[in-house]
Design a protein around this ligand. Sequence first.
Ligand SMILES: Nc1nc2c(c(=O)[nH]1)N[C@H]1C(S)=C(S)[C@@H](COP(=O)(O)O)O[C@H]1N2
Ligand SMILES: [Mo]
Length: 320
Amino acid sequence: MIIKRPSDIRPSEITDEAIYLDRRRFLQAAGFAALGAAAAVSPPARAASEASQPKIQGLVQSTLSIDEDPNSWEDITTYNNFYEFGTDKSDPHRKARDFQPRPWEVSVSGECDRPGTLSYADFVAPHTPEERIYRLRCVEAWSMVIPWVGIPMGDALKRFEPNSRAKYVTFKTLLDPKQMPGQRWPVLDWPYVEGLRIDEAMHPLAIFGIGVYGRELPNQNGAPLRIVVPWKYGFKSIKSIVSIEFTEKQPLSSWEKAAPSEYGFYANVNPEVDHPRWSQASERLIGKGIFAPRRPTEMFNGYADQVAQLYQGMDLTRNY
Ligand SMILES: Nc1nc2c(c(=O)[nH]1)N[C@H]1C(S)=C(S)[C@@H](COP(=O)(O)O)O[C@H]1N2
Ligand SMILES: [Mo]
């Protein structure tokens, strides 16, 4: 077994998204990575295997899938961004192994006529799970194709009867530093917060993700419930959600709060608007090998025909 000492942790093992951190916080994050590597020595770290994840019953195929071969189970479950479990792509599958996604409750509140707190099962059960193959495009300029299992977000939200003041939907991740070791470090202002405009949330392409490859979501992918909004950068697709709130005002998302000049509220995939520190014009394809050509990034991640009308009249270089 290879034991990593703190001095072996190279800066390149910290993700690009962590580079914005000021020096003090960066060192804390690096210290955390070192601590995590030491703690992972025993017992041996193993990712949830495909066979060990329960199958989702009653699954139907969605006509909204893209016609591309998905990445492997291995790629999808071992190359993750989930800062609650560390800032390195390989942290979540190792450090989320013991996370308990059940029992789980989702609270729905704010500007709606039927607020409430539901068990995960009661939240999901009234809807038919669909397999939808979507590309996940990360703001770090890589992408992969994932066979998600999800339920349509609009159908799930309508049950709570949002009222006319419900202009936005705010989502929050579980706050539990005992189970989520990354939350012991001030890398972001925990819990992770994301938001959508209500018409974005109601769009037929937006889903609540509950699985991959026909099986329940592995912890590292946001068990038991995350969102998937395929025309936006991956950071909008918040994981392990415990609260949903309908609001009149636009929420401040975690990444906007951390680095407002780098991460906007809309976060629509846009090859013409670069991240301040790197280009968004093309993307690296995970799982295709280091010599594979980069892929030109598509406007709205390929969904311009379906979603461009949501942003009519808006200057997308300012509303990034
Ligand atoms: N709570 C939470 N949700 C999160 C993140 C995170 O750090 N914490 N990372 C985001 C980012 S940057 C990406 S690219 C996707 C990655 O999803 P995946 O690991 O399932 O591919 O999750 C998003 N959701
Ligand atoms: Mo991302």
